[in-house]
Design a protein around this ligand. Structure first.
Ligand SMILES: [Zn+2]
Length: 113
């Protein structure tokens, strides 16, 4: 177990659950109701790029959903708020802004390079 502020964990869980619901909705909507292009004047090339953009968006959202589900699992496992790289606690301000963050600021900066 961590010594995380229970209020922060409760807030994070709520944010994560809202975000998870939103992304699941986005992903299901895109699949069930593919966006129809507006107007017959839309060129075929535009439709292709629209659909590629939609595909990229879905992939980004799906990846984001993975981070969110991992964070919710860490809450259940009692390891929420610990950096997955160095094991040190992640700054509460970072968790408030990004509850799905899985590394501390130092490791994030390091891994970014
Ligand atoms: Zn770290």
């Amino acid at each position: 177990m961590t010594s995380m502020d229970p209020q922060l964990i409760a807030d994070a869980r709520r944010t994560l659950e809202v975000e998870r619901t939103r992304i699941r909705l986005v992903l299901s909507e895109e699949v069930e109701h593919p966006r129809v292009s507006h107007g017959a004047q839309t060129a075929a090339a535009t439709e292709v790029s629209e659909s590629q953009r939609g595909q990229q968006l879905r992939e980004r959202e799906a990846q984001h959903l993975g981070f969110i589900e991992a964070a919710l699992q860490r809450i259940d496992a009692g390891s929420f708020g610990l950096c997955q790289s160095c094991g040190q606690p992640i700054a509460p301000e970072r968790l408030e802004a990004l509850p799905w963050a899985q590394d501390c600021v130092a490791c994030h900066a390091k891994n970014r390079r």
